[in-house]
Design a protein around this ligand. Structure first.
Ligand code: ZN
Ligand code: ZN
Length: 123
């Protein structure tokens, strides 16, 4: 692979639409609000922290630690217990857990209907 000069790299980035070359040299462009970098900049400069930056920071922290609440990793995927864990964590259940829950509610439905039928048609 041939060595590229900075200028060539700039051109390449522009060509593939990644960045404007003017922003690459000199001081780094400030991170836009709604990013963790911007949040940290606000903190550093004792600026008021806007909602977008606060959310970005919260989301990043949640991703790092796995969540805000005391949430262990889900080990029982594919069960209704795992399904409830997903909900508790405030996330969308995975395919396996969704299937397990669907299976359970269908079974519950079936049992209830069978019981009603038995009650109704007993005489
Ligand atoms: Zn901000
Ligand atoms: Zn799951």
């Amino acid at each position: 692979m041939p060595e590229l000069t900075d200028a060539q790299l700039d051109q390449l980035m522009v060509d593939i639409g990644l960045t404007q070359p003017a922003r690459r040299r000199g001081h780094r462009p400030l991170a836009p609000c709604g990013t963790v970098s911007a949040y940290q900049r606000h903190v550093r400069k004792h600026e008021p922290i806007d909602e977008a930056c606060r959310q970005a920071n919260t989301a990043a922290k949640r991703k790092q630690t796995g969540a805000g609440k005391s949430l262990e990793p889900i080990t029982n995927h594919g069960t209704t217990g795992g399904y409830k864990r997903h909900l508790y964590r405030g996330e969308a259940p995975c395919e396996d857990c969704l299937l397990a829950e669907r299976e359970r509610s269908r079974e519950q439905h079936r049992v209830r209907r069978a019981q009603q039928r038995r009650k109704g048609g007993a005489s």
